[in-house]
Ligand binder design. Structure first.
Ligand code: DAT
Ligand code: MG
Length: 139
């Protein structure tokens, strides 16, 4: 089933460096409509749960520490083919491999601190959006 929504986070490094405005501008210019958005700070428990799928990976501890070190911008975005198109817009997980002009190529420092999250499936987009937002916060 295809839906038209994806979920994103502008991660702590992007917020710390003052890149919220530039990244949102790129997201808007690429045709995504903002359905929900907030500045929020994940607790350790939040980050462990959000990234539970990676709990056995060697970088899990670092990932949780990074994602909890400061506020993030969480948002739900709407567009035709949202999940796939947003993954294209953000670029590869490792910014060294990301295509020119992608958000990670422009703003990410490393594979560990890669500026932005994008859901990898319609199913995960719905789960991740519901993790951060109540129904009354989606417009
Ligand atoms: P993506 O965020 O592109 O979907 P992922 O789901 O494989 O990538 O991993 C989630 C996050 O975990 C990723 O954005 C950054 C971190 N990560 C992934 N692989 C890593 C690695 N080899 N070393 C350090 N951090 C890593
Ligand atoms: Mg992923």
């Amino acid at each position: 089933m295809r839906t038209d929504r994806t979920f994103t986070m502008l991660k702590p490094d992007a917020v710390e460096k003052g890149h919220i405005g530039a990244i949102l501008e790129k997201i808007n210019a690429s045709g995504f409509r903002i359905v929900a958005m907030k500045l929020t700070h994940m607790t350790t428990q939040d980050a462990q749960a959000f990234y539970a799928v990676h709990s056995e990976r060697p970088f899990y501890g670092e990932l949780v520490e990074y994602m909890t070190r400061g506020p993030i911008v969480a948002a739900i975005l709407e567009k035709e083919n949202a999940v796939e198109d947003f993954r294209t817009l953000i670029g590869a997980t490792n910014p060294a491999d990301a295509a020119e002009g992608t958000i990670r190529k422009l703003y990410a420092a490393s594979i560990g601190e890669n500026a932005v999250h994008g859901s990898d499936s319609d199913e995960n987009a719905a789960i991740e959006g519901a993790f951060h937002f109540a129904g009354r916060e989606m417009f």
